[in-house]
Design a protein around this ligand. Structure first.
Ligand SMILES: Nc1ncnc2c1ncn2[C@@H]1O[C@H](COP(=O)(O)OP(=O)(O)OP(=O)(O)O)[C@@H](O)[C@H]1O
Length: 251
């Protein structure tokens, strides 16, 4: 199993945001994480990527416990996440923003310290080449590589953030509402990129409110409500379940 979340809990003050959540993310599948607002989806994401610590429970990646690791160490092991708000560096160019992802790869910093300058230059070139490849993958034309990221449309910025994610070389991609705020055109582009990732056998954990997209893209989905896993099933079956529909739309 690529990722296992076992009895994970998290409270903020008196509010228990996640309660004993248990689920698995199988390799080369797309697993959805769905549920009404405030269900605890982002909190779970934060615990998997390491930006917040779980109060209890265990998170395992490739059979190794990662519960106490820093976010950087998790990226090093192959887990990368996107954020709901895009979080590009607006004053850096599009290409530079993606290079940041390449540089986050394991060993990168050590390599710069211990290798001779000539090697460092070569590695810088290699980083740029790889970043350009990732931008090409998400369909960003070369003509925008040297534009400031802050000048792009929201949809384009979201695509660049996916390129940055891919640049980390991660095996497990955690996508937090990647399509929120996108217009129809950008949504189509996004769908194409996601489909391509899926076809290549990447593993994705996807938080998404658009249930039609979840049904289209996810093999299975974990349904979360007020911090608890209520069901794990195919999106189709979850959507047919009247009780869950009431939880989702009644909330
Ligand atoms: N840092 C925090 N401090 C206090 N409460 C928090 C914090 N982060 C989240 N919460 C609360 O925990 C609960 C779960 O929030 P979370 O953002 O994980 O839900 P979500 O399922 O991602 O919601 P949405 O779909 O609206 O993004 C909510 O009640 C939220 O207000």
């Amino acid at each position: 199993m690529l990722l296992e979340v076992e009895n994970v809990s998290k409270s903020f003050g008196g509010l228990q945001a996640v309660k004993n959540a248990t689920f698995e993310v199988p390799e080369a599948q797309v697993t959805g994480l769905v549920g009404p607002n405030g269900a605890g989806k982002t909190t779970l994401f934060n615990m998997i990527s390491g930006t917040i610590r779980a109060d209890a429970g265990a998170i395992r990646y490739r059979d190794m416990e990662i519960t106490g690791l820093t976010p950087q160490a998790r990226i090093g092991r192959g887990i990368a996440r996107s954020f709901q708000d895009v979080r590009l560096l607006p004053r850096l160019t599009v290409l530079e923003n993606v290079v940041v992802g390449v540089q986050g790869q394991p060993g990168e910093r050590l390599r710069n310290v211990f290798t001779r300058p000539r090697h460092a230059v070569r590695s810088e070139k290699e980083n740029l080449r790889r970043a350009a490849e990732c931008l090409d993958y998400v369909g960003m034309p070369v003509s925008v590589h040297h534009e400031l990221a802050g000048g792009l449309s929201y949809g384009e910025q979201k695509l660049v953030s996916i390129a940055r994610l891919l640049a980390t070389g991660a095996d497990l991609l955690l996508l937090d509402e990647p399509t929120s705020g996108l217009d129809e055109g950008s949504l189509d582009e996004f769908r194409t990129v996601l489909r391509r990732l899926i076809a290549e056998g990447r593993t994705v954990l996807l938080v998404e409110h658009n249930m039609l997209l979840v049904r289209e893209l996810c093999d299975r989905a974990v349904f979360l409500s007020t911090g608890e896993v209520l069901a794990i099933d195919t999106p189709g079956r979850l959507m047919e379940n009247e009780e869950l529909r009431n939880v989702y739309f009644g909330a």
